[in-house]
Design a protein around this ligand. Structure first.
Ligand code: ATP
Ligand code: MG
Length: 395
């Protein structure tokens, strides 16, 4: 029996017209992820198959678990589409397993096969019952489910175990987005969730040295590295924001400092986004979390750009966001105690219902166009790409 890794597609199969585009992209992403491995990959409309030639199946599975667009990963056996062979190989496979109850589920994509799927399941089940002692069939809650896929005239696949994939769409299928990445918990989760919808992300980070440290910046780089594992070759656009923040701090009423600062962040982010051929911004805002994330604040801040702003965690509770960040591996880095540029200039009483006219007035007190240009002209780009790294600790 030839052992092979089979991939079941995520949401792709519902997109009838675009299936080829989706599977092509997924194939490219899987190839990128598994670069350097001694494997060969084939695919059709419903499945992808990875032939493995070395004893590194666990490592490969681990990597596939970081690829969006995969519903499940299945280690299976490729056998001939011949009823007697299928029966015998199924028996061989189950003889190696420990179980008391089982059921057989057959999927017959090859419609010209001599029997229908119910008949195949029954025959295989009977063959197993006859040849293994002390076991029984339980169709509702079996210890073990044997799946048989009669794929085509030549080949069938049998397996007992399916590993959950990340699901979603292959990264890149929806083009590019710019993630406003701070060192907190929310924005990396927002980045991950947008990658899940097929968006390839770059990041923008506003730093204010010496008010923010190199350690704070390194933390953002670390977070971007973790996100890059999920399929994006990320450029972090580091915006030198010190002078801008100091100007705001000196000239603008303290209650409006944060609102104005965030309007400036949005303006700069929208320009960077256009420059990298992205049409959207992504951030980690969550409704009501802080003063700048009330609905009125979002309206007043968002009104500086008509570029769509995607807020994947806007309707999640903090605990839900934390749950995701733990699962995707960003939590431990996010909670490291380094200051962010927003936390340094936090006023005692930030406005929670900012007024648009007041914002416009306050903004006449600083030469913000010049400051924006300076920020844009002095951006530092850091590339992170960890797509092919193996993290031993997580294996
Ligand atoms: P996070 O939301 O990432 O946990 P936070 O809660 O401290 O961090 P907020 O002050 O709530 O951040 O800011 C809301 C969003 O604005 C962030 O999720 C992030 O998308 C963006 N943002 C905040 N600070 C920065 C920054 N220094 N650079 C880039 N984006 C930022
Ligand atoms: Mg937040």
């Amino acid at each position: 029996m030839e052992k092979i890794i089979m991939i079941k597609y995520g949401e792709l199969s519902t997109k009838k017209d675009n299936i080829k585009q989706f599977t092509d992209k997924l194939l490219k992403n899987v190839q990128k992820k598994l670069k350097g491995y001694n494997i060969s990959i084939t695919k059709n409309k419903v499945r992808m198959y990875i032939n493995i030639y070395e004893n590194n199946e666990d490592e490969i599975i681990y990597k596939l678990k970081e690829v969006f667009g995969i519903h499940s990963i299945v280690v299976c056996y490729k056998i001939s589409t011949d009823l007697e062979i299928i029966k015998d190989e199924c028996l061989k496979l189950l003889k190696e397993k420990q179980f008391k109850t089982f059921k057989v589920v057959t999927n017959r994509a090859y419609k010209s096969f001599e029997l229908n799927s119910m008949e195949v399941s029954k025959l295989i089940g009977a063959h197993i019952l006859k040849n293994i002692n002390d076991i029984g069939v339980d169709v509702h809650n079996p210890d073990l489910t044997l799946k048989v896929e009669i794929r085509d005239e030549k080949f069938s696949y049998i397996y007992t175990n399916e590993i959950e994939g990340l699901k979603g769409y292959p990264v890149g299928i929806q083009g590019k987005g710019l993630l406003m990445l701070s060192g907190g918990i929310d924005s990396p989760v927002a980045g991950f969730l947008s990658q899940k919808r097929g968006i390839d992300i770059d990041c923008i980070y506003f730093e204010s040295p010496p008010h923010t440290s190199l350690a704070a910046k390194n933390k953002v780089v670390e977070l971007a590295k973790i996100l890059s594992k999920y399929g994006s070759n990320i450029n972090i656009h580091v915006v030198p924001f010190t002078e801008f923040q100091e100007e705001i701090y000196k000239n603008i009423d303290s209650t409006y400092m944060i609102t104005i600062m965030r309007r400036m962040m949005y303006r700069i982010s929208a320009i960077v986004s256009k420059n990298i051929k992205s049409n959207i911004l992504i951030n980690g805002e969550s409704i009501g979390q802080v003063a700048s994330q009330t609905l009125q604040s979002m309206y007043v801040i968002n009104s500086v750009t008509n570029m769509p702003v995607i807020r994947p965690v806007s309707c999640l509770d903090k605990l839900e966001i934390i749950g995701i960040s733990k699962k995707i591996g960003t939590y431990d880095t996010s909670i490291l105690p380094f200051e962010d540029c927003c936390t340094i200039f936090v006023p005692k009483h930030p406005v929670i219902n900012p007024n648009m006219e007041k914002c416009v007035y306050y903004e006449t007190l600083i030469d913000y166009q010049k400051l924006i240009n300076e920020c844009i002209n002095n951006i530092e780009i850091i590339n992170v790409n960890t797509m092919n790294e193996i993290h031993d600790d997580l294996l």
